[in-house]
Write a protein that binds this ligand. Structure first.
Ligand code: GMT
Length: 380
C-alpha cells in the first residue's frame, strides 16, 4: 500500500505513535509518505521506504495567523495525486482530520479517490476538542472520516459520548517495538550503564513526557523528594515543555537539584529507559500512557495515576501501582515500598515485560492497522 501519514512532528505521544507506525509499515514493504510542517523527530531521514514532504506555510502581511490547515490540505492532495496514495492516515484530530477532509474533496472533484483514517490520541478529544471553538468542526471531521481509531476503550467511549459520534470507532492500542525496547541484562552491563546516572546503591526514578501541565511534572519532583528521604536515589527527567522551569525551581527550592537531572528531549529513549528502577507518571489524564508502556517493555514498572486509559495498560499491583491524581504521599509510600522489596519489584518487572509482549508489541498491533486500512479501502 502507499500510505500518507500526517502527525505533529514534535515531541509527544501522538507523533511518536505515528512515526513508529510509519517505520513499521515501511519495514513490512509499504510505501510511507509523511506530510507535516517538519520532519517527525524520530525519523532519521534515511529510513527505507519512507519519504518526507514538508508543508510550506507562506506568510502574508494580512495573515495574523498563517493558515497551516489549508496549506496542509493542499499538500496532502498534491502528494496523494503525485505519489498515487491509497490512503491517508492522520494522527490527532485537530486540525489534521479537517485538512484530510478538504484534501479528499479536492481530489474527488478531479476524479481521484483518497480515503482517510483519523486516529484519536487524547487531548484532541479530552481537552482541545471540547473547546467550543473546535468542537463542531472536529465532530464533523471525525464523523466524515472513512475510518476512525482510538488508542483506548476509554477514549472511544469519551468520543462517542462527548462528541455525540454515531459512527463506529475501532480501538487499536499504543504499541512498542519489543525488540528495540528491551531490558538490559542484569549484571555487569546494566551496572556499568547505570553508572552514568547513579551510584551502584542508588535507585533511578525516571519521567518521560512533553512537560505539559497535564503531565504534572511538579508532582514528579515532589514524589522524588519524598522517596529520596528514605532511599538513596536519583531522578532523571526526559523531555521538555512548558512546565520544565517550574519543576527545576522546585528541585532547587527543595535542595535536591544535585539529584535531579533534566536531560531535555532525547531521541533514543530506548537506551535510557532500561536504566531506571521506576517510571513516574502522575498525569492528570492519560488516554493510554505510551511512556509507561515503553518503560514496561524495558522491565520498568510505573508509579502512575488511575486515570483515563491507564487501567487498560497497567494492572494495579501487578505491573505497576496506581493512585488518585495528586496523592503524592501515597505515591511516595508505594515507590519506597517497592524499592525496599526487591522480590516484589522483580516480579513486577517481569510481569510488565510479559504484558508488553503479549498485548502491545508492534508485531501484534501494526497488523491491526493494516487490516483496518484494508477494511476501509474495501468499503470505499
Ligand atoms: O497530550 C495529548 O493528548 C497528545 C498526545 C501527545 O502527542 O503527547 O498524547 C496522547 O497520545 C499518546 C499516544 O497515543 C497517549 O499515549 C497519551 O496517553 C495521550 N495523552 C493524553 O491523553 C494526555
Amino acid at each position: 500500500m502507499r500510505i500518507g501519514i500526517t502527525c505533529y512532528p514534535t515531541y509527544g505521544g501522538s507523533g511518536v505513535v505515528a512515526t513508529e507506525l510509519g517505520i513499521e509499515l515501511a519495514a513490512r514493504g509499504h510505501e510511507v509518505h509523511f506530510i507535516s510542517y517538519s520532519q517527525p523527530f524520530r525519523l532519521s531521514g534515511r529510513d527505507n521506504g519512507i519519504l518526507y514532504h514538508e508543508v510550506p506555510v507562506s506568510s502574508y502581511p494580512l495573515f495574523e495567523f498563517p493558515p497551516y490547515d489549508l496549506a496542509l490540505a493542499s499538500r496532502m492532495a498534491e502528494v496523494a495525486e503525485f505519489y498515487k496514495l491509497d490512503l491517508l492516515h492522520v494522527h490527532y484530530a485537530i486540525p489534521h482530520s479537517v485538512s484530510a477532509l478538504l484534501a479528499r474533496q479536492m481530489l474527488a472533484a478531479r476524479g481521484i479517490r483518497l480515503p482517510f483514517v483519523t486516529t484519536l490520541h487524547g487531548t484532541d478529544i479530552t481537552l482541545v476538542g471540547l473547546d467550543r471553538g473546535y468542537l463542531p468542526i472536529t465532530r464533523y471531521a471525525i464523523q466524515k472520516s472513512d475510518g476512525v481509531t482510538s488508542i483506548s476503550n476509554y477514549l472511544k467511549e469519551k468520543t462517542l459520548e462527548d462528541f455525540e459520534i454515531t459512527r463506529p470507532i475501532e480501538v487499536i492500542p499504543n504499541f512498542v517495538n519489543c525488540d528495540e525496547y528491551v531490558p538490559i541484562k542484569d549484571g555487569v552491563a546494566r551496572a556499568k550503564a547505570r553508572l552514568r546516572l547513579a551510584k551502584p546503591d542508588e535507585a533511578i526514578l525516571m519521567h518521560l513526557s512533553n512537560f505539559r501541565p497535564v503531565k504534572r511534572v511538579v508532582d514528579v519532583v515532589k514524589i522524588f523528594a519524598g522517596v529520596v528521604r528514605e532511599v538513596p536515589a536519583q531522578l532523571v527527567l526526559v523531555g521538555d515543555g512548558p512546565d520544565r522551569s517550574a519543576a527545576e525551581w522546585l528541585a532547587h527550592d527543595l535542595q535536591i537539584n544535585d539529584k535531579v537531572h533534566f536531560m531535555g528531549k532525547q531521541e533514543r529513549v530506548n537506551e535510557l529507559l532500561p536504566l531506571a528502577d521506576l517510571m513516574v507518571m502522575p498525569s492528570e489524564l492519560e488516554s493510554f500512557g505510551l511512556a509507561a508502556l515503553e518503560a514496561m517493555a524495558c522491565k520498568v514498572p510505573s508509579i502512575a495515576t488511575r486515570v483515563g486509559g491507564v487501567t487498560e495498560l497497567i494492572d494495579d499491583g501487578v505491573t505497576g501501582l496506581l493512585y488518585p491524581v495528586g496523592n503524592v504521599e501515597d505515591m511516595v509510600a508505594g515507590a519506597v515500598g517497592l524499592l525496599k522489596d526487591r522480590d516484589r519489584l522483580e516480579a513486577m518487572r517481569d510481569a510488565g515485560r510479559k504484558t508488553a509482549q503479549k498485548r502491545f508489541c508492534s508485531s501484534l498491533v501494526v497488523p491491526q492497522y493494516v487490516k483496518y486500512y484494508e477494511q476501509v479501502l474495501g468499503a470505499n
